[in-house]
Design a protein. Structure first.
Length: 266
């Protein structure tokens, strides 16, 4: 009995050293709008950013700091697809980006500016008044990506298994791929690394982590560039990390940048 209690005590101490909490994978949420599915993400605490000893770190990922997400939310299991964006464009008269005019419906929608994402979200909110759709905050995105992990990548510290989870420069054949074809993280989220970068809601500030609040940070109040996360098909392995940040002006359009949605119940 004493040996069993000792083992349990050691396990508890080791789990406490992680400084990151996230529950086990949860059920899929399917909306009333065909083609959209979400994973339910519960509240929790995690370490955001990179450690100073991480050889892949960038200066804007420092300092590593505690963040508490005090509410639950639902995260899109995949990036918004060409088929979903095409339906929006047909119904609203919004211009379909040249990059995806001839793409199959299962590919991620790209050539989408941050401003375009807001038009898409407004359309979606009108179609489904029971829910509120939006882009994730940068903190929500990293929390959902990590899924309880604390290292550079949610599956390990290294890149030996990256091909199983991400389309990136070494395996992408220099283009994006249909969403959800590789392995997901423990939350059931696909393509959180690679395939295409994903716009988030936050303005970019290189030093924001030095002053961000611990609970539910939403990013700077203003700026000239928006953050996008996750790396893309054109990236090297160093960019396919949970803490990697990139950014561009809100009107930026790129064949390697798309977006993923958060859904909340009203």
């Amino acid at each position: 009995m004493k040996s069993i209690l000792g083992i349990l005590l050691i396990l508890a101490m080791l789990s406490g050293c992680n400084h990151s909490t996230a529950p086990a994978p949860t059920r899929e949420i399917v909306t009333t709008i065909p083609g959209f599915s979400f994973a339910k993400i519960s509240p929790g605490t995690f370490q955001m950013g990179s450690s100073r000893v991480d050889r892949e770190k960038a200066d804007d990922e420092l300092p590593r700091h505690t963040v508490r997400i005090s509410y639950g939310f639902c995260m899109g299991k995949t990036e918004v697809t060409v088929g979903q964006y095409r339906k929006f464009a047909l119904e609203t008269g919004h211009e379909l980006p040249e990059e995806i005019k001839n793409a199959a419906d299962s590919f991620p929608a790209t050539g989408i500016s941050w401003q375009d994402t807001q038009d898409f979200i407004s359309w979606l909110n009108q179609k489904d008044p029971r829910h509120q759709y939006r882009l994730p905050s940068e903190a929500e995105w990293e929390y959902a990506c990590r899924a309880g992990s604390s290292g550079p990548r949610f599956f390990s510290d290294g890149t030996s298994r990256l091909d199983q989870y991400a389309w990136y420069w070494n395996n992408s054949e220099k283009h994006s791929h249909p969403v959800g074809k590789l392995r997901p993280n423990l939350w059931g989220l696909y393509d959180m690394y690679g395939n295409v970068y994903e716009w988030v809601n936050d303005w970019y500030n290189e030093t924001y982590y030095q002053e961000s609040p611990e609970t539910d940070p939403k990013g700077p109040e203003s700026g000239s560039a928006k953050v996008y996360r996750g790396g893309g098909w054109s990236c090297n392995p160093d960019y396919c990390r949970s803490s990697f940040r990139n950014y561009g002006p809100p009107d930026k359009k790129s064949a390697s940048v798309g977006f993923r949605l958060v859904m909340e119940t009203k």
